[in-house]
Design a protein around this ligand. Structure first.
Ligand SMILES: Cc1ncc(COP(=O)(O)O)c(C=O)c1O
Length: 365
């Protein structure tokens, strides 16, 4: 049988001592791994791990769209130019050509989060969780009294309600009718619904609220980097009622998006055949990964075709086992109600993941 395990700042000790975490505490050494993809932090946590690290900790498509060479010499145009990628391209569920008056382009969705949260005067905010932690952090930053809730009910009485759809990390996707009804309830007292659609490019057809923003108290946020595999390009969008879009654009000021991001974004968003083929390929990759994970005795409880979520008691141990083997996955410390298990998320793809993963059982026995 394996020894009880104690996490230290340097990794994992095979000891059973008091001071052990229970299943709900963050693994101490992993506390710095707040977001996926932080390989520098992973190297500090797992100094002896073989290189190169295999990064399975993000939901970023590993098969990025090919980029044209483009030179950052020219200053991009102001807001109207920055809005063109979203205007000219389409994602699932987005209107054929969203009017530029409703589109805000920014250097990544993350940059938009505090600006969107600040559109509402400080008040009651709630985020449907567990989810991407930045929404709670940012709402508090701009002065809201914010809580993470696990049910849609408490969102109705707030001034700012945020839902990630499909959700990160469990892939939960709420139907359009439910969200529109929530927006109506919020509107009755001046509340705003923010829907983070970072992963909607691989979500169910027709689930996006992108086409609804013109008429309603809804802001839809889209990330370019995940599906197109170009997170480092830093490009994201808000689709918003025209008055709110104007306020967001005013906050961002001129030249919000780099020239190369505009050129690459325009070309990528217009390439519908790449997107369709990629959606299929990611779906096949996710099915393969599920087989690998299931064969390894893991229970896949959710995800999208860009990441999978498994649930297990020994999540922390597996996180460290894989880390020492040079494979970075995410460990989630938040639990659904009443569940004592930890979670991990793995990006789809990667036979190396499978081979190394399969040694885990032996090490625990
Ligand atoms: C749900 C969710 N929303 C937003 C973001 C930020 O996206 P971007 O890279 O466009 O800033 C992330 C990044 O991981 C995310 O997971």
């Amino acid at each position: 049988m394996h020894q009880p395990i104690r996490i230290t700042d340097n990794g994992l000790d095979q000891q059973g001592e008091k001071g052990e975490r229970d299943g709900h505490d963050p693994p101490r050494g992993a506390a710095s791994l707040l977001h996926g993809g932080d390989l520098a932090a992973a190297r500090r946590l797992f100094p002896g791990a073989p290189e190169p690290f295999i990064d399975l900790s993000t939901g970023i498509n590993p098969h990025s769209i090919p980029c044209r060479n483009c030179h950052p010499k020219y200053l991009p145009g102001c807001r109207s130019r920055g809005a063109r990628p979203a205007h000219r391209g389409r994602g699932p569920g987005l209107p054929e050509r969203p009017s530029p008056a409703h589109v805000v382009a920014a250097p990544g969705m993350q940059m938009l989060l505090p600006l969107v949260a600040a559109l509402v005067p400080p008040g009651r905010a709630a985020v449907l969780g567990p989810t991407y932690a930045e929404h709670v952090r940012v709402a508090a930053l701009v002065g809201h009294r914010v809580k993470e809730v696990t049910d849609i009910g408490p969102l109705k009485a707030t001034d700012l309600a945020t839902i990630v759809n499909p959700n990160n990390p469990d892939g939960r996707t709420l139907g359009k009718d439910l969200l529109l009804a929530l927006a109506d309830e919020l509107r009755s007292h001046g509340g705003l619904l923010v829907v983070d659609e970072a992963f909607m490019d691989v979500g169910p057809a027709g689930a996006s609220l992108g086409a609804e923003v013109a008429r309603r108290n809804i802001i839809v946020l889209r990330s370019f980097g995940k599906f197109f595999g170009l997170a480092g390009l830093r490009l994201g969008f808000a689709l918003a009622p025209a008055d709110l879009a104007a306020r967001l654009n005013a906050s961002l000021g001129p030249w919000p998006v780099a020239g190369p991001a505009i050129v690459i974004g325009e070309a990528a968003l217009a390439d519908r055949s790449w997107a369709e083929a990629m959606r299929e390929s990611l779906g096949r990759g996710a099915a393969r990964l599920d087989e690998v994970l299931t064969d390894a005795g893991l229970e896949v409880v959710g995800g999208t075709s860009l990441f999978r979520l498994v649930q297990m008691q020994a999540a922390v141990e597996l996180f460290h086992h894989l880390g020492r083997a040079g494979i970075l996955v995410r460990h989630f410390v938040q639990q659904p109600t009443g569940c004592g298990s930890g979670f991990r998320r793995a990006r789809t793809g990667g036979i190396a993941f499978a081979r190394r993963l399969l040694h885990f059982d032996h090490e625990l026995d």
